[in-house]
Design a protein around this ligand. Structure first.
Ligand SMILES: [Zn+2]
Ligand SMILES: [Zn+2]
Length: 368
């Protein structure tokens, strides 16, 4: 008999779907993100406790905060209370297992700190004891449990109850919710906001090949007058510079990814030796008939860039960001993302600011 793998996955999805649809749970997660962010801003710490699988989840989440989640930043004070096995066995032996967490909270907890209590049943005595002690000392108590016991819910200031009775499914959601909180807190505390200038490549940075032809090697990549100076100015004004380019020549087999990579490597080297920089290049290598999500005027390349930078602790400030292109389709894509747009070249677009070339466009940005 085969094990019903799909049905387990289905059940896990169903619980997550319930959370996804629950305004109450989403609002609670949001609220907890703010509470935890504020606590760290006030130099407080977050303590986690749980038994068994929840103990593993507790230390996993503590590590996301004290180590890092996505990007390099200062550590945060977060700890799971069960990680000292000598302490645990001593206190369980000399006092009782019920006291293993509460005793440590007495030792480490200070008013304004946070206790995150994980319990799938909501009934564990040592967890209830811990919450009680935490409340008494003045910690902010947060419950992560299942759709069960009300006692724990009544004791905690903030609660998230995963709508399930199945321990494994509840734990899977605890980790998902915990990840969301850790990621958001990291972003709140450490992410920097920067404006970006998105650029089309051919016809903006370098000379476009004749209709139907493509830049196939570094020798055919000819910089347009003023490009170096324009890119240097953007870096000096602290703009991110991101190239978004359709290269259907790859799908058509005219050049391969390696050749494209070579062209971009040489392009970057020359820009850098002239004082500029390209922070990232996003390429759609597909053919128009592939109907992909990235070929401009679709917005896939832009969204991927925004996501990647976010992941690395940089939030692209859309309101202060631009798309510069010689193509109407790119301008449409830029507008769809919410960017300001500048059309360069000889064919101005009604209703869109225009410039003769990249340099003139950049000057209108940096001297505005
Ligand atoms: Zn993780
Ligand atoms: Zn594509």
């Amino acid at each position: 008999m085969t094990f019903a793998i799909s049905s387990v996955i289905q059940k896990s999805i169903e619980v997550k779907q319930l959370i996804y649809n629950s305004e109450t749970i989403i609002a609670s997660i949001q609220e907890i993100i703010e509470i935890v962010t504020d606590a760290f801003r006030c130099d407080k710490k977050v303590l986690f406790c749980g038994n068994g699988g929840s103990a593993a989840d507790a230390q996993h989440l503590a590590a996301e905060l004290s180590g890092k989640f996505n990007f390099d930043r200062k550590p945060l004070f977060a700890e799971a209370l069960h990680v000292n096995s000598s302490y645990l066995t001593a206190v369980a032996n000399d006092y009782s297992y019920e006291e293993v967490f509460s005793r440590l909270i007495e030792a480490k907890g200070r008013p304004g700190d946070i206790l995150v209590a994980l319990s799938t049943s909501g009934k564990s005595k040592n967890i209830l004891h811990a919450i009680d002690t935490a409340n008494r000392i003045g910690l902010i108590t947060i419950e992560l449990s299942g759709d069960t016991c009300e006692e724990m819910e009544q004791m905690c200031k903030y609660t998230i109850k995963v709508p399930s009775h199945d321990t494994a499914r509840i734990q899977e959601c605890h980790i998902m919710i915990g990840h969301i909180i850790c990621q958001a807190v990291e972003r709140n505390l450490f992410s920097t906001k920067k404006p970006a200038v998105f650029l089309n490549r051919d016809g903006v940075i370098n000379k476009k090949m004749p209709e139907g032809d493509y830049v196939k090697n570094a020798e055919e990549f000819v910089f347009l007058p003023g490009s170096f100076q324009a890119l240097k100015s953007l870096i000096e004004k602290d703009y991110l510079v991101i190239v978004v380019t359709n290269q259907q020549c790859v799908a058509r087999g005219i050049i391969d990814e390696n050749q494209l990579h070579d062209i971009h490597k040489r392009m970057n080297e020359r820009i850098q030796s002239n004082g500029g920089r390209i922070d990232a290049i996003y390429v759609c290598p597909h053919d128009i008939s592939d109907n992909c999500i990235c070929r401009k005027p679709k917005t896939g390349l832009f969204l991927k860039a925004i996501e990647d930078f976010n992941h690395n602790g940089i939030e692209i400030d859309i309101d202060r960001s631009f798309m510069i292109s010689d193509s109407e389709k790119d301008i449409a894509a830029g507008k769809a993302v919410g960017l300001k747009t500048i059309m360069v070249g000889n064919d101005p677009l009604p209703g869109t600011p225009s410039a003769k070339n990249l340099l003139e466009a950049v000057q209108s940005i940096v001297f505005q």
